[in-house]
Design a protein around this ligand. Structure first.
Ligand code: TXA
Ligand code: MG
Length: 317
């Protein structure tokens, strides 16, 4: 199979209606999408991504009101968050109904639902008579894709089409909020800040495990990882410590001119840093360095989600 890249929404819709998978753009990261209501298609998503079936998928919808089609007993928090932030970088975990296949939710009685804010994916979703199940379009465990080229680099030959919507404007996955019980809580930090969520529903707990799947604690800690070892700390000290190696440096604002270096945001803008994060990790991973050295960013707003990804990507070394 040859993987084509293009901007043809009709073509993507046709393929998806035939039960094929497509790469789709969203404002967070690119998704590997297929008909969420067809178990065979959903099984193919797990297979192409190499994802264990205990790790459930997010269902993407094109109209906020479609939430009602797939959920039961919506809490006030779920309604308020959907009204305030959809379309946008927020996935809501809600009690699901029987229309959603078991495979999508890994047998859980809840489902993750999101309405993305990207004109192309919204138009596509609104054309289709079904929602799209879509994990990030990277092989399981690797860095998430933020451009059509990233998707092709890794899934070439495994899917027939990638819909190109340009670089993802947020660059980091959606924030996941569990609204399936009385007390909402954040399961994954992401493109929507805690501060923004708290303005709408008040103080909220953050319970990010190594996985947002409580049934499998500890299993997915090494996520979003480059293939090269990556360590996190104070860059000048790490450079000194690893003098014998060829290092690549992923810094927040400061340039390190004597090294292969990517600066997330020269002006210290966390939105710009989030947008650059995964693409820069990939570039350093593809460079000739032996070791990637990175530093945390300020722990506020999107910075919390960026630090979460940096922590998961860095391995003990
Ligand atoms: O920004 C995003 O959310 C992207 C774009 C493509 O929409 N999608 C994405 O999907 O990041 P994925 O599959 O890479 O991550 C989905 C996460 C997984 O960690 C999964 O465990 C969690 O959502 N999840 C899905 N359904 C869940 C449920 N019912 N309960 C708890 N966690 C759930
Ligand atoms: Mg992912």
């Amino acid at each position: 199979m040859i993987t084509l890249v293009g901007k043809n929404i009709e073509q993507a819709a046709d393929l998806l209606q035939k039960g094929e998978l497509c790469g789709i753009p969203t404002e967070t990261v690119y998704g590997l999408a297929g008909n969420a209501l067809d178990s065979e298609v959903v099984a193919q998503i797990f297979e192409v991504k190499g994802r264990p079936v205990f790790d459930p998928l997010i269902v993407h919808i094109g109209r906020a009101s479609d939430l009602l089609l797939f959920s039961e007993e919506l809490s006030d928090a779920a309604k308020m968050l959907a009204t305030s932030f959809w379309p946008g970088p927020l996935s809501l975990i809600v009690k699901r109904n029987a229309i959603i296949p078991d495979l999508v939710t890994s047998g859980l009685d809840t489902v993750a639902i999101r309405m993305p804010k990207h004109p192309i994916s919204l138009e596509l979703l609104q054309k289709l008579p079904f929602p799209l199940a879509a994990p990030s379009a990277n092989p399981f465990g690797y860095i998430s894709p933020t451009s059509a080229a990233h998707v092709v680099d890794q899934l070439n030959g495994k899917i027939s089409y990638v819909l190109d919507g340009g670089p993802s404007s947020i660059g980091i996955e959606s924030t996941i909020v569990d609204c399936s019980s009385d007390k909402p809580c954040i399961l994954r930090l992401g493109g929507l800040s805690i501060e923004a969520i708290e303005k709408v529903i008040g103080p909220i707990d953050v319970m990010t495990h190594s996985s947002s799947q409580p049934a499998a604690p500890g299993m997915l800690s090494n996520h979003y990882s480059p293939r090269k070892p990556m360590i996190l700390g104070k860059i000048p000290e790490l450079i000194e410590e690893h003098k014998a190696l060829k290092v690549g440096v992923l810094s927040f604002t400061q340039a390190y001119e004597n090294f292969t270096n990517k600066v997330l945001s020269k002006s210290g803008d966390l939105h710009e840093a989030a947008r650059n994060l995964f693409g820069f990790m990939r570039l350093l991973d593809e460079s000739d360095c032996d070791l990637i050295i990175a530093e945390s960013v300020p722990d506020r707003g999107l910075g919390k989600a960026i630090n979460d990804r940096l922590n998961r990507a860095s391995s003990p070394y």
